[in-house]
Design a protein around this ligand. Structure first.
Ligand code: COA
Length: 140
C-alpha cells in the first residue's frame, strides 16, 4: 500500500515500463466472457496486434504470425482497465522474427494500481508480395 497525492491509501503493485507502449486500449463491456471478466481471446488478439506491429517495423515488410510459442495469463483483466502492450523483438532468424509481449492493466487509468496481466512470445515470418518467406536483417 502507498499514499496518493491527496493522502488516500492506494494499491500500487507495479509501475509501467519507462518505454512507450506499442499499443494502448480500454477494455470494454463488449469484450467480456460469460463471467463478466475480459475474454482471454480478446487479450490474445491485442497481443497479436502489438507483436505484429513490432515484427512489421523490424521487417519493413508484411509479417504474418506463424506461431504463438507461449502465452501466460497471470492476472484477470476487468472492464474499464486501460491495457498497455509492450512488444519487443527478441530473436531474428533468416525469415522469422520472435517477439516478446508484456501486457499491463491500469485498474483506474491513473497508474495507481498497475498489474502485469499477461506475457507472451510469438513468432512472425516476413513475407514478400507472393506470400513467400523473405529474409530479414540480423538482430543488432
Ligand atoms: C508463415 C508462412 C508464410 C511460412 O511459410 P513456410 O513455407 O512454412 O516457411 P518455412 O518453413 O520456410 O519457415 C519460415 C520460418 O518460420 C519458422 N517457423 C515455421 N514454423 C514455426 C513454428 N511453429 N514456430 C516457430 N518458428 C516457425 C521457420 O523456422 C523459419 O524460420 P527462419 O527462416 O528464420 O529459419 C506460412 O506458414 C503461412 O502462410 N502461414 C499462415 C500465416 C497466417 O495466416 N497467419 C495468421 C494471420 S497473420
Amino acid at each position: 500500500m502507498s499514499n496518493t497525492k491527496n493522502g488516500a491509501a492506494s494499491k500500487t503493485t507495479q509501475i509501467l515500463p519507462a518505454t512507450m507502449p506499442t499499443t494502448r486500449v480500454l477494455a470494454m463491456p463488449a469484450d467480456t466472457n460469460a463471467a463478466g471478466d475480459i475474454f482471454g481471446g480478446w487479450i490474445m488478439s491485442q497481443v497479436d496486434i502489438a507483436a505484429s506491429i513490432a515484427a512489421h517495423r523490424y521487417a519493413g515488410t508484411r509479417a504474418v504470425t506463424v506461431a504463438v510459442n507461449s502465452f501466460q495469463f497471470r492476472k484477470p483483466v476487468y472492464v474499464g482497465d486501460l491495457i498497455s502492450c509492450y512488444a519487443s523483438v527478441k530473436k531474428v532468424g533468416n525469415t522469422s522474427i520472435t517477439v516478446f509481449v508484456e501486457v499491463y492493466a491500469e485498474r483506474d487509468r491513473q497508474q495507481v494500481e498497475v498489474v502485469k496481466v499477461t506475457e507472451a512470445t510469438l513468432t512472425f515470418v516476413a513475407i514478400d508480395e507472393n506470400g513467400k518467406p523473405q529474409a530479414v536483417r540480423a538482430l543488432d
